[in-house]
Write a new protein. Structure first.
Length: 160
C-alpha cells in the first residue's frame, strides 16, 4: 500500500491556474468552489477531481519548467504516493471520508502551455510520456479534504 498526503487543495472560478485553499467539500461533481471554462473536456462525474504528484512537479521544475502545484489544473496535489500505481480503476482514500476512483489520464491542453519550457505541454501527455500525466477521478464517497490529509491507494492497480 502506498501512503502519502495532500500538499495542496486547489480550485478556480474556471481555468488555470487553480489557487490553493485550506479545505474543500468533495461532491459527486468535484470540489465545491471549483469550476471549468470548458465543460466538454473538464468536469462532470467521471472527471470530478484532478490529481497530480508533487514529485512529478518537482522533477519537471528540475527540467526547467515553471510549473507549481495547481498550475496545470489539478485539484489535489499529493506527495508520497507511488504515482506509477495511480492508474484507471485504482481507488484512492483521501482523509477520513473521501474515496475516489481514477477514471482516466488527463489530456493536456494549450491552456497549460505557459508553464512548460518552450510551451511543450505535451510533457504531461500519457501517450507521449507515460507516467507523467495527471489523472481524473470520480467520487465514490464525498466529504471534506484538507491540506495535510493522508492519501492511500486501495486494492491493486490495473496496468498502465
Amino acid at each position: 500500500m502506498s501512503e502519502g498526503r495532500i500538499v495542496q487543495v486547489s480550485v478556480s472560478p474556471g481555468g488555470v491556474p487553480k489557487r490553493p485553499i485550506e479545505e474543500a467539500r468533495v461532491t459527486a461533481l468535484g470540489l465545491e468552489g471549483d469550476a471549468h471554462r470548458d465543460a466538454e473536456h473538464h468536469g462532470g462525474p467521471e472527471r470530478a477531481v484532478c490529481l497530480y504528484a508533487l514529485e512529478a512537479i518537482e522533477a519537471l521544475q528540475r527540467e526547467g519548467h515553471s510549473i507549481v502545484p495547481g498550475a496545470i489544473g489539478e485539484n489535489l496535489t499529493v506527495q508520497g504516493v507511488d504515482w506509477s500505481a495511480v492508474v484507471p480503476g485504482r481507488r484512492i482514500r483521501v482523509g477520513d471520508e473521501v474515496l475516489l476512483e481514477v477514471t482516466r489520464y488527463t489530456s493536456p491542453c494549450t491552456n497549460i502551455r505557459t508553464v512548460f519550457r518552450g510551451g511543450d505541454y505535451s510533457r504531461v501527455s500519457e501517450k507521449r510520456h507515460p507516467g507523467w500525466s495527471r489523472v481524473y477521478a470520480r467520487v465514490v464517497a464525498g466529504g471534506v479534504v484538507k491540506r495535510g490529509d493522508h492519501v492511500s491507494l486501495e486494492g491493486s492497480a490495473t496496468s498502465r
